[in-house]
Design a protein around this ligand. Sequence first.
Ligand SMILES: *Cc1c(COP(=O)(O)O)cnc(C)c1O
Length: 350
Amino acid sequence: MNIDLRSDTVTQPSQAMRRAMAEAQVGDDGFGEDPTVRLLETESAAVMGKEAALFFPSGTMANQVALHLHGRPGYEVLCEAQSHIVLHEMGAMAALSGMQPLLISSLEGRLDPGEVRRVMGCRGSYQPPVALLAVENTHNMAGGRVSSLRELQELLEVAAEFRLPTHLDGARIFNAACVLEVSAAKVAEGFDSVMFCLTKGLGAPVGSMLCGRRSFIDRARRVRKMFGGGGHQIGVLAAAGLVALRDGPDRLPKDHELARRLAAGLETLPGIELDVSTVATNIVMFQVRSGADSPGALEGGPAARFCRQIATIGVQAVALSSHQVRMVTHRDLSSEDIDQAVSGMHSMRR
Ligand SMILES: *Cc1c(COP(=O)(O)O)cnc(C)c1O
């Protein structure tokens, strides 16, 4: 058995993607002459309801180029405390843009507009100015939770009150759109910029898109080059991205169903704590209870031990903290895979 639940980035490129890559028409994107890249950028902008889009090698680079453009050295980025831009982008906002995060904790990764207003309201002239508001939807570290359209609308209203530009980290925006039963453009509506990943549930081997106003995307192209992300015949990569963008979103309800199936199977597993009602999209998070000998550290903790144990039967997951494990469903999994993984884990921990 080899059932990889570490992330939705572990998928293999599909046959359709490989074929599209082999047959892609390409040109030098440094001169803006790659037709496949142009097509991916045009379609991405349309899907997000924005004027223009730019192809990036990673979501991290796309996010950081957006932050760089919205902010300035010495400024702060207002965002949720467990955001990807804070925890998983190698300190890039400080290293590349001279900014620091202004963190607001939340219960389920969903920024509370009232709390944002309160924090902004008590900023004094002796404090660093705030450059922008960044929102993550779905929220990765909160287990794929979804901010509602109403919450997003209220956040945008607060940002407007304080004249803050807004960026949406929509790495999994299509998962959010699927749950909210609206288009991705509706989820991104009102944000000055939005990043989405072709590599998560959409299943492409590489690539993320940054979308926004044309003038913003023109400037983003220059900063992408400055950050080392300019490419040449990258239509071979964009070709897979186009397949992902066209075929990926409609498939996501399946991932969400598999996540619920996985959670239902795990709920009764001895030694873990999982609330199935917290599973909103394709991410399942749970706590592993500690034994008497449990140290606090991540590596030696109960979650890491759990992951090592299930790896011996071919089920892979990630320990996010000493007690927390994450499992993610994706295109390369079937319901049989989920059932096998669940029954394997039950036999093992009986
Ligand atoms: C995956 C992800 C990104 C981008 O990650 P890359 O690996 O750099 O493409 C950004 N934000 C969130 C919330 C993510 O889950």
